[in-house]
Design a protein around this ligand. Structure first.
Ligand code: OXC
Length: 310
C-alpha cells in the first residue's frame, strides 16, 4: 500500500489519522486499543481536574447521518490520563493530551502538572465543549479566549494546540485568527468540535433523543463535514505559521482526502470511530491510499493544503 507517512509538529506519523478526543479514549483498554490500531496518533478524552460522571443517560444517540451527544465531560480525572501518558509508547505513535478544565484555575493547575511531568504528550486545550450545563463554549467568547491563551502561554513552556468550535461567519474567522496569531506557542488548531446544541426528535414518541439539556446536544457525522472543511481551510489560510488538525464528518477515505486538501495535517475521526471501532483506521488508510494512487500522488505533501478555487 502507498506510503501514508507524514510529519506533524516535527513528529513522524505512519498515517495522518487519529481519534477525535472523547471517542474511544476514556479508559485504559480503549487507549490501549488506539495505541495498537493503525491510527498514526491518538488523543485522550478531555479531562477535568477531578473525575466526572458526566451527564445523565441517555446522552448519545446515533442519527441517520451522524450523532447527537451531551456526554458532559465524563472522564477519570486528570491524574488518570497523566498515568497513561507515562506508560504510552511514544516510538509507536504520538500522544495528544486533551484538557477541558471547568475554570481557568483548573486549566492552569492541570497545565502545571503536565509541565512538571515532562511528558512527551502534546497538549490539546479543549475550549469548545458544548455540553456542560450552564457553561458557555469558551471559544465563542473572544475576550475569554484571549485571556485563557495569554494565561496558558505564560504557564506552559512548550507548544500546544486548541480545539475550537465551528464558526459560521467570515468576520469570526478573521477575529479568532487574529487572536490566535498573537500566540506563538499555539502551534496547532483542531477544527472542529461538534456543532453545539442541536436537537433531534423521535416522531413516534414525540420526544427528544437524549436526556441532558432537554435534548440539546453536539452534532457530529455527515451533517458537519462542510462546516468542518470550511473551518479547517479558513484557519489554514489565516494562520500560516500554525498546523491544522481536521475533525468533523469523516467516515471515508474521500472525507480524509478532502480534509487534507483543505489544509489539515492530521485528520481526526469521531462519530464514525464510535460506530465502527478502531478497525476503521485500517479501512480509512486503504481508502485514502487508493484515492492517492488513482490521482498519481505518492505522498500526502503533494496535495495537502492545495485546494483550488474557481
Ligand atoms: O468537547 C466535547 N464535545 C462533545 O461533543 N462532547 C464532549 C462531552 O460532552 O464531553 N465534549
Amino acid at each position: 500500500m502507498l506510503d501514508l507517512s507524514t510529519f506533524f509538529l516535527g513528529r513522524p506519523l505512519t498515517s495522518p489519522l487519529m481519534n477525535a478526543s472523547g471517542v474511544w479514549c476514556n479508559v485504559n483498554n480503549q487507549l490501549n486499543a488506539l495505541a495498537e490500531s493503525k491510527a498514526g496518533a491518538m488523543v485522550t478524552k478531555s479531562c477535568t481536574l477531578l473525575r466526572r460522571n458526566g451527564n445523565p443517560e441517555p446522552r448519545y444517540h446515533t442519527l441517520a447521518m451522524g450523532s447527537i451527544n451531551s456526554m458532559g465531560l465524563p472522564n477519570e480525572g486528570h491524574q488518570y490520563y497523566l498515568d497513561y501518558a507515562e506508560r504510552h509508547d511514544y516510538e509507536n505513535k504520538p500522544l495528544f493530551f486533551s484538557i477541558a478544565g471547568l475554570t481557568l484555575d483548573d486549566n492552569l493547575t492541570m497545565v502545571a502538572q503536565i509541565q512538571d511531568a515532562y511528558t512527551p504528550a502534546i497538549l490539546e486545550l479543549n475550549l469548545s465543549c458544548p455540553n456542560v450545563p450552564g457553561k458557555a463554549q469558551i471559544a465563542y467568547d473572544f475576550e475569554a479566549l484571549d485571556v485563557i491563551l495569554a494565561e496558558i502561554s505564560a504557564a506552559y513552556s512548550r507548544p500546544f494546540g486548541i480545539k475550537l468550535p465551528p464558526y459560521f461567519d467570515i468576520a469570526h474567522f478573521d477575529e479568532v485568527a487574529e487572536i490566535l496569531n498573537r500566540y506563538e506557542k499555539v502551534s496547532f488548531i483542531t477544527c472542529i468540535n461538534s456543532i453545539g446544541n442541536g436537537l433531534m426528535i423521535d416522531i413516534n414518541s414525540e420526544t427528544v433523543l437524549i436526556k441532558p439539556k432537554e435534548g440539546f446536544g453536539g452534532i457530529g457525522g455527515d451533517y458537519v463535514l462542510p462546516t468542518a472543511l470550511a473551518n479547517v481551510n479558513a484557519f489554514y489560510q489565516r494562520c500560516p505559521k500554525k498546523s491544522i488538525i481536521g475533525c468533523g464528518g469523516v467516515s471515508t477515505g474521500e472525507h480524509v482526502f478532502m480534509h487534507l486538501l483543505a489544509g489539515a495535517g492530521i485528520v481526526q475521526v469521531g462519530t464514525a470511530l464510535y460506530e465502527e471501532g478502531p478497525e476503521i483506521f485500517v479501512r480509512l488508510n486503504i481508502e485514502l491510499a487508493k484515492i492517492m494512487k488513482e490521482k498519481g500522488y505518492k505522498t500526502i505533501r503533494e496535495f495537502q493544503g492545495k485546494l483550488k478555487t474557481i
